[in-house]
Design a protein around this ligand. Structure first.
Ligand SMILES: [Zn+2]
Length: 477
């Protein structure tokens, strides 16, 4: 493995293609091409600095844990921001990022000019909920100090949308062109292999996609004063999602003194964004599906489609809209709740639920979310149980404990199937199951409270009480 990652930049003669090459030869060159679907007359300018190369190569160096040297000039302000970003990532994602040094051939400073709202800006546009919201709200009255002179929207083939020609991409071009012209901005289409090179290098997409996006935007640092990117989460949700690549802290570390990268839309969650898009007639043009057959339509089956459909349903949007159908109880039963991100979006839908009907869909989501939390609580409690068992000086019955915990997992397919069947056929059993669930919740709370007491007192009364709980959980034979 190389002891240092050295990278160089290259532009082709007509300014339609840029690349970054790695001296070590371990990775293929990263390329960016302006696609012919671009209506605007735009080129990568010759006097571009190496800022884009720094950002494009940074995730690779962080992944390898080796210093990065960029052959070219870098803006000092961006270098400072990147140093902070490296510290931030090393804290939030220690398994995916190390603290590394970054150097370059030369640095430059340019006094930051006062922000002129007439400077042309571009916006990264995927056609999804977040970026469409960021675009639509740029001209809102309450955003008058955040409003930018947006003149172009940039869409990428090779990130969420796969590389290569496909009928799906043609449809995507149509959608984005319609959206752009509606807002009087010009669409730019770029193809890059960054993601595919990164995947070969085991660079984690969820952690680094925003840096890769910033690298691409810097290719236009001479033509534009800056770029708008869409926030994925609200400021409140960010508190739980700092390990995710795009968040309010990390996104603020991507600007240089001549090119600003500004995130928009963190004032609300995704469900409120959907409501806004429905009320402004932009809902029908949304493209949220990245896991379906990539035919340029929303498949209505993948996680992203299901989440968006449920959010739209909760906001009384006119459905099916851009989806093949309206969501059903079965969708509420099958939408993934694995991981913080999935649960956060589902909580957001429930928090902003604004319709009177559809109670079964709402209840199923609520119930599943609670089951998932209960499962977590039980898993956490198992650690307390082990501590308790150690305290009592007896070996814990691992098999029994595993049984209790595996039953609590709500996300497994057999449980979902059983739940679905119960809802369809046995309303009485559903109500019993709800009671069971709330009883189980109370038990967990009691158990946790008891364990807390145990930690504070060693008297025989407490010990005896805890032994009974241990017996109940099968920790003792
Ligand atoms: Zn889909």
């Amino acid at each position: 493995m190389a002891k240092m990652l050295v990278v160089r930049t290259r532009l082709n003669h007509d300014g339609t293609e840029a690349s970054v090459t790695f001296d070590c030869g371990t990775f293929a060159p990263i390329t960016w091409k302006i696609l012919p679907e671009t209506r605007m007359s735009v080129r990568f300018s010759e006097d571009i600095s190496a800022n884009f190369a720094l950002l494009a190569a940074l995730p690779f160096a962080l992944r390898l844990g080796v210093p990065l040297h960029v052959k070219g000039d870098i803006c000092r302000e961006l270098l400072g921001n990147v140093e902070n970003l490296i510290r931030f990532r090393a804290l939030q994602n220690p398994s995916r990022a190390s603290r590394i040094e970054v150097n370059c051939s030369g640095t430059y400073t340019r006094r930051t000019t006062p922000l002129n709202t007439e400077q042309p800006y571009l916006i990264a546009l995927s056609g999804g909920i977040d970026s469409t919201y960021a675009l639509a709200t740029n001209w809102d009255n309450e955003n008058k100090h955040l409003r930018r002179n947006l003149v172009a929207g940039l869409t990428i083939r090779g990130f969420d949308f796969p590389l290569g020609d496909s009928p799906g991409f043609e449809k995507m071009v149509e959608r984005i062109t319609t959206l752009s012209l509606h807002h009087r901005i010009e669409p730019i289409f770029i193809e890059t292999n960054w993601k595919s090179i990164a995947q070969h290098a085991d660079v984690h997409w969820g952690t680094y996609h925003i840096i890769a996006l910033a690298a691409l935007l810097y290719l236009f640092e001479r033509q534009f004063g800056g770029a708008i990117i869409a926030s994925d989460f609200s400021y409140r949700q960010d508190q739980k999602m700092l390990q995710w690549g795009s968040n309010s802290i990390a996104n603020a570390m991507l600007s240089s003194s001549i090119f600003r990268i500004e995130a928009r839309g963190a004032d609300v969650g995704r469900t409120q964004k959907v409501r806004r898009l429905c009320s402004s007639g932009l809902f029908d043009n949304l493209m949220v599906c990245w896991e379906g057959p990539r035919d340029g339509k929303n498949c209505g089956r993948c996680t992203k489609c299901l989440r968006a459909m449920l959010a739209a349903y909760s906001q009384k949007c006119q459905l099916p809209g851009p989806f093949p159908r309206a969501p059903t109880v079965a969708d509420a039963l099958s939408v993934s709740l694995d991981g913080d991100l999935a649960r956060l979006f589902t909580s957001d839908v429930l928090e902003h639920w604004s319709r009177q009907d559809g109670l079964l869909i709402r209840s199923v989501l609520l119930w599943r979310l609670r089951l998932a939390s209960l499962s977590d609580a039980l898993r956490e409690t198992s650690d307390h149980c082990r501590e308790l068992s150690d305290f009592l000086g007896e070996p814990s019955d691992q098999t029994r404990l595993e049984e209790v915990l595996s039953r609590a997992h709500s996300g497994t397919a057999p449980d979902r199937e059983r739940l679905k069947w119960t809802i369809d056929h046995k309303p009485a059993e559903l109500s019993n199951a709800r009671e069971d669930l709330s009883r189980a919740s109370r038990q967990v709370m009691r158990l946790e409270a008891s364990l807390d007491v145990m930690k504070k007192s060693a008297s025989w009364r407490v010990t005896s009480f805890l032994r009974r709980i241990g017996k109940f959980l099968g920790l003792r034979k």
